[in-house]
Design a protein around this ligand. Structure first.
Ligand code: COA
Length: 169
């Protein structure tokens, strides 16, 4: 089935709407503020902040990939992702994530890490990070930390994930 959502890179006019989507989808504004802090950080890659829009151009979901490292190997961190509450479970989040991952592959990126719902991200190809020796410096449930190798990336490197400073990890 064709997705009713189209996905494109964020533009400066989208900043307020992106903030509002995260503020509405999460219990607090922490994730909305995190996106704004990441936008001012060198980890930000403009093409990898992507919005899913409806037929009228309204933003319904946002997905962000920013620079991180697995030990010294450049990778991307998928976070945060949010869909407007009234549009959840309609495929918008998946469309945004798939577009982000495809764009990252086009840019020659190789690895993506995510900390999140272990029953959501495997559908995009994410695997348990622990099975690849990929670690995080804070205590999290092992199944919540996942890693993905983009096409032609080669084997996932083992190591500790170093996040951009706004994550505070
Ligand atoms: C998680 C989230 C981004 C998913 O986006 P979405 O647009 O609702 O998801 P999609 O419509 O593309 O996909 C729907 C699928 O995701 C699953 N899903 C949605 N939210 C989920 C959750 N919290 N945990 C596990 N699975 C979830 C649904 O069960 C559905 O699965 P199915 O296709 O097997 O029926 C969205 O629900 C959201 O914004 N949640 C609040 C913020 C959040 O938790 N962000 C992620 C932090 S890791």
């Amino acid at each position: 089935m064709t997705s009713p959502w189209s996905v494109r890179a964020e533009s400066p006019d989208d900043i307020a709407a992106v903030h509002a989507i995260h503020a509405a989808a999460f219990p607090t504004e922490e994730e909305a503020d995190l996106v704004d802090a990441l936008r001012a950080d060198p980890a930000w890659i403009p093409e990898l902040s992507r919005v899913a829009v409806d037929a009228d151009g309204r933003i319904v979901a946002h997905c962000l990939l920013t620079r991180c490292h697995i030990d010294d190997v450049p990778a991307l961190c998928l976070a945060p992702v949010a869909t407007a509450p009234e549009q959840q479970r309609t495929g918008a989040g998946s469309a945004a994530i798939e577009s982000c991952l495809a764009e990252a592959a086009k840019l020659g990126e190789r690895y993506v890490v995510v900390l999140g719902h272990h029953d959501y991200y495997p559908r995009f190809g994410f695997q348990r990070a622990a099975d690849h020796g990929v670690r995080i410096s804070i205590d999290v449930p092992a199944e919540a930390l996942m890693v993905l190798a983009l096409p032609d990336a080669g084997p996932i490197p083992a190591g500790l994930i170093h996040y951009a400073p706004p994550f505070g990890i």
